[in-house]
Design a protein around this ligand. Structure first.
Ligand SMILES: [Zn+2]
Length: 152
């Protein structure tokens, strides 16, 4: 599945959600799930608020989409994330048939701020460039990583 032409709009929304989550006391991660040009669910990282290790932004978006739509079949959706999805989120996206994933900030952007999931990638032998579904890293130089990951 190719990345839709309106992908920057959704990536901006994912980053905006992440920034709002930081202002609300959460971690800097947001996600938007889109099908046919329409947002069907959003999520933000609520790990700390819920003491839920699986409450990553992407997991929350998939969870909300599943609950509100009564199906775990995410065929035809694009999952937009502010940051590089971790292996857990990649697995959940694959298992629910998400069509494509796009994200803004990579682990290299997140690492200086302590938000990289690269140690998990390495330990599990997962490579972001070798996924069974298309994964796109989209550069947004007008939105520097430090603005999000350095925000308090
Ligand atoms: Zn994750």
């Amino acid at each position: 599945m190719e990345l839709p032409t309106d992908h920057l709009k959704w990536l901006n929304q994912a980053v905006d959600l992440a920034m709002e989550n930081v202002r609300a006391g959460g971690r800097p991660f947001g996600a938007v799930l889109v099908r046919d040009g329409e947002c069907i669910a959003t999520g933000v990282n609520q790990m700390m608020a819920l003491n839920d290790p699986s409450s990553h932004a992407e997991m929350e978006a998939l969870r909300h989409a599943g609950m509100t739509r009564g199906s775990v079949d995410m065929s035809g959706t694009v999952l937009y994330a502010s940051g590089q999805p971790c292996p857990m989120c990649l697995a959940a996206a694959f298992m629910t048939k998400v069509g494509a994933i796009a994200y803004v900030y990579g682990n290299a952007d997140a690492e200086p701020f302590g938000f990289s999931s690269q140690p998990t990638y390495d330990a599990l032998g997962v490579k972001i460039e070798a996924q069974p579904i298309p994964v796109f890293k989209v550069a947004m130089p007008e939105r520097p990583a430090a603005d999000l990951y350095g925000a308090e």
